[in-house]
Design a protein around this ligand. Sequence first.
Ligand code: NDP
Ligand code: 2IT
Length: 444
Amino acid sequence: MGYVDEVIELVVKKNPAEPEFHQAVKEVLESLRAVVDANEEKYRKEALLERIVEPDRQIKFKVPWVDDKGQVHVNTGYRVQFNNAIGPYKGGLRLHPSVNLGIIKFLGFEQIFKNSLTGLPIGGGKGGSDFDPKGKSDREILAFCTSFITELYKYIGKDMDVPAGDIGTGAREIGYMFGQYKKITGNYEGVLTGKGLTYGGSLVRTEATGYGLLYFVEEMLKCNGKDISGKTVVVSGSGNVAIYAIQKAHQLGAKVVACSDSNGWVYDAEGIDLAALKEIKEVNRARLTEYKKYRPNSEYHEGRGVWTVKCDIALPCATQNELDLEDAKTLVKNGCFAVAEGANMPTTLEATQYLQANGVLFAPGKAANAGGVATSALEMTQNSERLSWTFEEVDAKLKQIMINIFHNLDDAAKRYNAAGNYVVGANIAGFEKVANAMMAQGIY
Ligand code: NDP
Ligand code: 2IT
């Protein structure tokens, strides 16, 4: 058995009941075969693959909090500090009832390579909790966030580990966590990113993941002789990533006709009304069923099904494994020619292979959604120099970073005879830098 297969088997054996983590490791290691084969002796001696699939540290902790009726609840908190070969651990905090250790590990593992691709000095980490923010009052959110950070503060710091937002964690939650961190430690430091603009946040961070996704798609299409203008787009999700992906898609002349949440999806033939969507999701924290009140001609459908809408470009921006083989077949049948992942691992392995085999341009999340964490790194830089850059300055840097990521992985794919396979390109380009840094720093 080859080294790659041995390590995949080891990961499955050592980490039972963590299917998302197995999936992420499999995707990365299988696409590294050419690099591993070329360096097998050296990598084996150094146990490089065994070291890269093992988190540096996994912190699991109790998060007790009191609801508005005086009832005490207990959630579980996690922070997986996966790899800091090229910089402090960096990655978001997910608050969703589905969160468990395996999900945080898959996200932390992906983050290593994503952060490497940004070209900025950030290592990989991820955290979160099985707390469900839906339907909670502001005071309950504050109670949870305060308790969460009262334990987590021991393990984070501006040069050690810098958490940020993810599903269920936005500016409100980051603000509450930052406040409590400051209260406990007395330090006013950039320990979290995605902060409010009046206390160390960066312009463009809110928009960054969605905008970055579209900058990446624009470059990918351009280099394949295509143009985004005039194209029909379907986006899944209606959260932070989805909203700003829709906004930038519209700015670039495309029309987004559908989006979704975990209950259902809307189809709006005239193009999604962004002001309505923002009011529903960002202001009222409500469900997509509300959309019809703003746009009577739109359709609301319960359940899955957003991928049945005919489109040229599909942008999954909700959650892992939300686009499966059947969805991929439907997209291809309907003439979709590009899929770019705004979410982390939204496409199953079988669906990815089907799309690639059918000539669909496929942009993996660790490249296409790296604009969020890249802008977080720019927030860290601004915090360190105690300055704030203008919107235009940050946006221009973000755009250039996304263009660079595309060319970096396009080149890596070509170097290993896999031209056009952006999964292989992204994993190789992300891995090479981390592997070199690990080998240069001894054994850890
Ligand atoms: P939000 O919480 O703002 O929005 C998440 C969206 O996805 C909501 O519409 C939500 O619907 C939907 N969703 C979440 N879980 C599920 C589920 N299990 N089934 C169906 N729909 C679901 O999160 P973000 O927009 O920040 O994150 C979306 C994705 O992008 C995640 O995969 C995240 O890891 C990734 N990402 C985020 C970055 C960021 O900067 N925020 C950066 C890079 C990647 P509902 O409201 O009904 O729950
Ligand atoms: O998945 C991700 O890259 C994020 N949730 C953003 C992480 C960050 O540190 O900004």
